[in-house]
Design a protein around this ligand. Sequence first.
Ligand SMILES: [Zn+2]
Length: 240
Amino acid sequence: MVDFSTISPHLNVKISPKAKRLALRLDAHAGCINLVIPKRASIKSAYAFAESNQSWIEDKISNLPRPIPFAHGQIIPVMGKNRTINIIASNKKYTEINVLDDVIEVKTQLDNPSARIQRALRLYAEKELKTLADAKAALLNRKLTHFCVRDMKSRWGSCSKDGRMTLSWRLAFAPAHAFDYVVAHESAHLIHDNHGKDFWKLCAELSTDYSTGKEWMRLNGIHLGRYGKSPSPAREIPEE
Ligand SMILES: [Zn+2]
């Protein structure tokens, strides 16, 4: 009998037609570990495999950044400023959310307005990041032809020479010098479509605090995914 009670809340079973062998993969963004099972392998052998790697799994899980839910009283950094979520019961049909100077005010009749808060913060971040990106593009005598924010898995942004920029909306939770660096980085791609010497020189010119911002993103970027997550994220392992 395999006891998964300690590791199962963070394990996500993935049956993969492409996988050649059983594997455990950390998905730090999602805050879970994927147990990858080749199509031909049995579920039983996969469980045994996970069990034999239990200490590795527990080690990875304990090092995952702590989730920070969008809950009443929680302090969330938004665009470089700490703001406290204040949920106020309301009998209005629609949830109303205002991102104020040091408060995120949520008037709602929902028990859990977390998804609404996330949507509001995403819209707020989009507006603020676009203003910043437009300003940096203007310094280069360029215009953004397209701008959007997304949930991005492996990078923080992209930008093409013809002015199409995409940024991760989760930059909203980074300190100012860090999101400023990312916007400067992507803006510099309006001129250089590579990461050569001239690119980095321009990137430094466009950033307020280039080296600290870049270093912060390298060390802490992964933590930006923890905002809005509930404390026990993953799915249960299905019964055999
Ligand atoms: Zn780049």
